[in-house]
Design a protein around this ligand. Structure first.
Ligand code: WTA
Length: 650
């Protein structure tokens, strides 16, 4: 298969391998392996979604059962009303009788060091921190805490301690800049910040505390920073408490209080089409029901599995499929702090063999990077513990799918391509591995209880193979509840384009067998290496530079990253001769400083004008085509042609 791939006959392979029915060896062992029964569950769930979710919700521990399954006052949805639940209890205490000594996490550092936590260990660490938060920091239900940490067990401990006492966490990916962190802390009015002095990635030491100190100088809501000192030389600044000192004397037991099912569990800021990133609000009960059942069904999770989701906790995938989904199922997970190709391109395969990982969940960008590094790396390892592979965050191209299937899964592991969003909380479209026939590049079909459709501009269902907008017709338990402090934007963004339907912002089509093929965003959000960025956010960062008059940012298709960032910039001094090379560098650094290096433009094109409509709106469609080197819709204009832009050269 790989030889064929290398000889460039991918089209032949695609024709030969259009569909992968579930293999007998996998199906025999799978939780869900009876296609007829599954079809019945699925069909019933489309007619009566509430019934499906109600049944699944019973697998969690409720301090008090709900009286009403769902209340829908468009666009606001509530689930399991009257129900009382504690998310942390469901992830820890509930497992203690029978899984006390079972590993919850195996952490590996970039240098190969390992730390292991059983469910009992995790419970005790979380209890100590929760006790300290209550008695020393005087935090209470309804407060908010920021978490700006590397991927280490303490980050998970902070999340679970917050959940335990009803404090909503707001995790900010530790690659974001001080400005981005400050904006998020201010918006959520966080009372404390959990952080570590340093992090490690690709052989480099990241100075996290420096960023936190810079950010919090302008955050009056923050009373304390809880600092985990990994480097013994780090000293404490005013308002900082040492993590160890805070927790060590605390009791290793803590009684979890029940909270209302709708109590906010966390805020997570994500990029949208306009303005600054928005604080997506997730609930407790509904969110946990969604993440828990999807983890079990989509990954066919079993008691003995060693599961590894490579996402960082700074993103929704980390929240739902590193922490809440696996822990609520009592699973053993691997977490890794470091670059996936560092110090060598076989690092991920080495970890899989070392810890005998059975389920691997990662992103297409990573898969393409592994593929580019060469087959010789995975071939050095056995990889025989693997039984299931997952993909998330961006469309996976069939070539990468087939490589993943052959080189990593050795043809024996099903691939679950999972479509979902920060807003959806849990996976909405994905195969059920024991029953779904897979097609490379398709996320296949909606999960039970999810009523998805593809509609045209008028909101009518599209015919087979007709492209349109992906929408969800019925609310689901793990759906975002609102945008923090901005219910209007919530309504406008998700519930206004089509009456009574949740608008995802993605374009898609469905084939004649009902399979969904997601193409990507139809709005001004771009997806770079599976990270969501708003073009307007990057434009704002660019125009905040004194030498920039105007900026327009678009995504350009990129073989490795899915999309790369291209900025068209009108400099203030466009009449003078400018050194485009040095200005380009200066602006890239400026964006990285303003937002974080993940937003650094790949290319900056200097121009004297930008194509605009009469009302002054930038015509991004043209810029997208220009950036991609395409002809402009029927017209032969190219980047060099006058009219749309006027290039400035050094
Ligand atoms: C894209 C990540 C195709 C999509 C969980 C969505 C995907 C956005 C897939 C959400 C997939 C995610 N196939 N596209 N399997 N999964 N996307 O909020 O455009 O970071 O709207 O959530 O990623 O990104 P977010």
């Amino acid at each position: 298969m790989t030889d064929k791939l290398n000889s460039g006959s991918i089209e032949t392979i695609m024709k030969e391998t259009r569909a992968f029915p579930p293999s007998k060896s996998f199906t025999d062992q799978a939780h869900i392996n009876d296609s007829d029964s599954y079809q019945k569950i699925w069909k019933d769930s489309q007619k009566h979604p509430e019934k499906f979710w109600e049944k699944e919700a019973l697998s969690l521990y409720w301090h008090e059962k709900w009286h009403t399954t769902h209340e829908w006052k468009e666009p606001f949805s509530k689930w399991f009303l009257g129900g009382k639940i504690n998310v942390s209890y469901n992830c820890l205490d509930r497992h203690l009788p029978e899984r006390k000594d079972k590993l919850a996490f195996i952490w590996e550092g970039e240098d190969g060091s390992v730390r292991k936590f059983t469910y009992q260990d995790l419970y005790e660490e979380v209890s100590q921190l929760a006790n300290a938060m209550e008695t020393e920091l005087h935090l209470k239900a309804g407060d908010t805490a920021a978490i700006y940490m590397p991927l280490i067990p303490e980050a998970v401990i902070a999340m679970l301690a917050c959940a335990r006492i009803g404090v909503a966490h707001s995790i900010v990916f530790a690659g974001f800049s001080a400005t981005s962190l400050k904006d998020r802390i201010q918006d959520a009015e966080c009372k404390v910040v959990f952080t570590a002095d340093i992090g490690f990635r690709r052989g480099q030491v990241l100075d996290l505390i420096k960023t936190v100190r810079e950010a919090t100088t302008e955050c009056p809501s923050v009373v304390k920073t809880i600092l985990l000192r990994r480097d013994s030389l780090t000293t404490l600044a005013p308002k900082e408490i040492d993590w160890e000192k805070l927790t060590t004397k605390q009791s290793r037991q803590h009684t979890a209080q029940p909270f209302d099912s709708e109590h906010p569990l966390f805020y997570l800021y994500t990029s949208g089409t306009t303005g600054k990133p928005k604080g997506i609000v997730h609930s407790s009960g509904g969110y946990l029901v969604g993440t828990s059942v999807t983890t079990k069904w989509v990954f066919d999770l079993k008691e003995e599995d060693i599961y590894w989701c490579t996402a960082d906790i700074g993103w929704i995938t980390g929240h739902s499929y590193v922490v809440y989904g696996p822990l609520s199922n009592g699973a053993t997970s691997v977490i890794y702090e470091g670059g996936p190709l560092h110090p060598h391109p076989g690092r991920v395969w080495e970890i899989i063999d070392k810890h005998q990982v059975t389920i691997l969940y990662t992103a297409p960008t990573a898969i393409r990077a592994f593929m580019r590094a060469g087959d010789e790396y995975p071939q050095k390892y056995r990889l025989n513990s693997l039984r299931l592979l997952g993909s998330v965050g961006e469309p996976i191209n069939p070539e990468a799918w087939i490589w993943y299937h052959q080189q990593i899964g050795k043809g024996r592991c099903p691939i679950v391509d999972t479509w979902w969003q920060t807003e959806t909380g849990s996976i909405l479209i994905a195969p059920i591995p024991g029953v779904t026939t897979l097609k490379p590049g398709s996320a296949t079909k909606p999960f039970p209880g999810i009523v998805a459709d593809i509609v045209n501009e008028e909101g009518h269902s599209c015919a087979a193979n007709e492209g349109g907008y992906l929408i969800i017709r019925h609310p689901w338990p793990s759906m975002l509840r609102t945008i923090h402090k901005n219910p209007e934007r919530f309504k406008e963004q998700y519930w206004s384009k089509f009456k009574g339907m949740y608008f995802t912002g993605d374009g898609a089509h469905r084939d004649e067998e009902g399979y969904f093929w997601i193409k990507g965003r139809v709005d001004d959000v771009i997806n770079v290496s599976g990270h969501r960025l708003g073009t307007m956010e990057i434009e704002s960062a660019l125009v905040s530079h004194p030498r920039v008059a105007e900026a327009a940012v678009v995504g350009r298709p990129d073989e490795l990253k899915g999309q790369s960032i291209v900025a068209f910039v009108i400099p203030r001094d466009s009449k003078e001769k400018i050194n485009t090379q040095s200005l380009q560098q200066e602006l890239k650094t400026h964006v990285a400083k303003e937002i974080g290096s993940l937003a650094r433009p790949d290319e900056i094109i200097f121009t004297k004008i930008l194509p605009k409509t009469r009302s002054g709106k930038i015509m991004r469609r043209f810029l997208k085509d220009l950036a991609a080197g395409k002809e402009i819709s029927g017209d032969t204009t190219t980047l060099e042609n006058p009219g749309l832009i006027e290039l400035i050269k050094s």
